[in-house]
Design a protein around this ligand. Structure first.
Ligand code: SF4
Length: 428
């Protein structure tokens, strides 16, 4: 069978796509990058927010047009949107050949030979996949250490879509990392809905630091990157370990969502503004060159102008290297959906634009300081790549003034900046 896959959404979804793509290849099926001519096109959807659902629906429509023209034989849909809206998908797109749950991936081969909806319970534990392949560039890979989430933020559908937090056993992760380095991976980004909770369910206490220590034993892992940290679980022990080795990028993705206490409380975040500030201060003290990525939600129900101004001031003061701003979306089924004080779309948009404006002034200031600095970079192609401040596919890429071997990790001097666009001169 010839198949192609479209993977939408976040890196966590991408790792699912990698697992079942590898499974199919392992069974002798052929992956084509161009869907034209395939027996089945699989769309692995994201269902996190309305815009993601819209994007998935557009992809499904486009795929069904290709099928109508005879360019592909079957269209299969899986992923978060299926967990969430399976009935609606079946109703809106009766021409689909298959709508199946991501938890069915072990049976994907058989499933693809059938038609109709296949949804089963989420697996209780995560294990080393039988097959593994990378859909990212050869030298970089995501390693999912856990799935699901127990945090129950009031606006978020992930705990319903992905189930409770389930860690992969540590030995499986170490083995998976070995398989990655066997295949030439140099940079491994650890992902989960919340990496800082890693191991809590299996070992009784969070084990991220121990996991990192064990991964560092594998000398072929050149760099590790930690994504999706939950603020109050970022420990001094973690910061000390990061500070002690250049092999863990001095980068942390730490989604904060807000800083005003009344908003954080209504969001059901398990930390307040002063805890968040203490965590960030500790990180900056222990790791002076740390690069922080975060995201915020504006226009959450009940957010006052005063709450928003606090957030603006905070963004101005803490100078995040990378930041995403989302307008709150009223997700059906979440606690926040029924909260009083819903904010008009116009005001949400206005606040998003104001916060983005604040951030763009921050970036101008950071750029002034970056000029002439020497940073560690990794080449994703001969003339482009990322610095340690940029996670693959999530943050921006930089340009190099002269060609460099793809996959190389090297020092480079910042010679030009314009917003998030940066040019670096590789050093010998
Ligand atoms: S930490 Fe909160 S926002 Fe993140 S996945 Fe869990 S519930 Fe959703």
């Amino acid at each position: 069978m010839k198949f192609s896959i479209i993977s939408l959404g976040c890196p966590k979804n991408l790792t699912n796509s990698e697992e079942f793509t590898a499974r199919l290849i392992g069974k002798g099926h052929e992956l084509l990058l161009d869907p034209a001519g395939v027996d089945v096109l699989i769309i692995n959807t994201c269902g996190f927010i309305a815009s993601a659902v819209q994007e998935a629906e557009d992809e499904i429509r486009h795929a069904l047009q290709l099928k109508e023209k005879g360019l592909i034989k079957k269209v299969a849909v899986t992923g978060c949107m299926v967990e969430r809206y399976k009935e609606k998908i079946l109703q809106d797109f009766p021409q689909l050949d298959l709508v199946f749950s991501i938890s069915e991936q072990e049976k994907i081969e058989k499933t693809l030979q059938k038609s109709g909806l296949q949804v089963s319970a989420l697996p209780k534990t995560l294990h080393l996949p039988e097959y593994k392949m990378s859909l990212t560039a050869e030298h970089t890979a995501y390693l999912k250490v856990a799935d699901g989430c127990n945090n129950r933020c009031a606006y978020c559908t992930i705990p319903f879509l992905r189930g409770p937090y389930r860690s992969k056993p540590m030995e499986d992760i170490l083995r998976e990392a070995e398989l990655m380095t066997d295949n030439g991976v140099k940079e491994i980004s650890l992902i989960a809905q919340d990496t800082t909770s890693y191991g809590q369910d299996l070992y009784g206490t969070p084990q991220l630091v121990q996991l990192l220590r064990n991964l560092l034993q594998n000398r072929r892992i050149k760099r590790l990157r930690i994504m999706y940290a939950y603020p109050h679980r970022v420990s001094k022990e973690l910061a000390d370990l990061m500070a002690s080795t250049p092999r863990i990028f001095h980068y942390l993705d730490i989604p904060l969502q807000h800083i005003a206490d009344p908003v954080l409380r209504r969001m059901n975040r398990h930390c307040d503004g002063s805890q968040i500030r203490r965590t960030l201060d500790m990180l900056k003290k222990q790791i002076p060159d740390i690069s922080l990525r975060t995201n915020f939600i504006v226009g959450f129900p009940g957010e006052t102008e005063e709450d928003f101004r606090q957030l603006q001031q905070f963004v101005n003061d803490y100078e995040f290297d990378n930041m995403g701003v989302f307008e709150y979306f009223r997700e059906p089924g979440t606690t926040a959906h029924d909260l009083a004080g819903q904010i008009s779309p116009a005001l949400k948009q206005e606040r998003r634009l104001r916060l983005e404006e604040t951030q763009s002034r921050v970036i101008d200031r950071l750029n002034t300081r970056l000029q002439g600095q020497v940073l560690e970079a990794i080449a994703d192609g001969p003339t482009f790549g990322r610095t340690y401040k940029d996670a693959p596919d999530i943050d921006g890429q930089v340009r190099f003034t002269r060609p460099v071997q793809t996959g190389r990790i090297f020092k480079a001097r910042v010679v030009e900046t314009d917003g998030y666009k940066r040019t670096l001169e590789p050093l010998k």
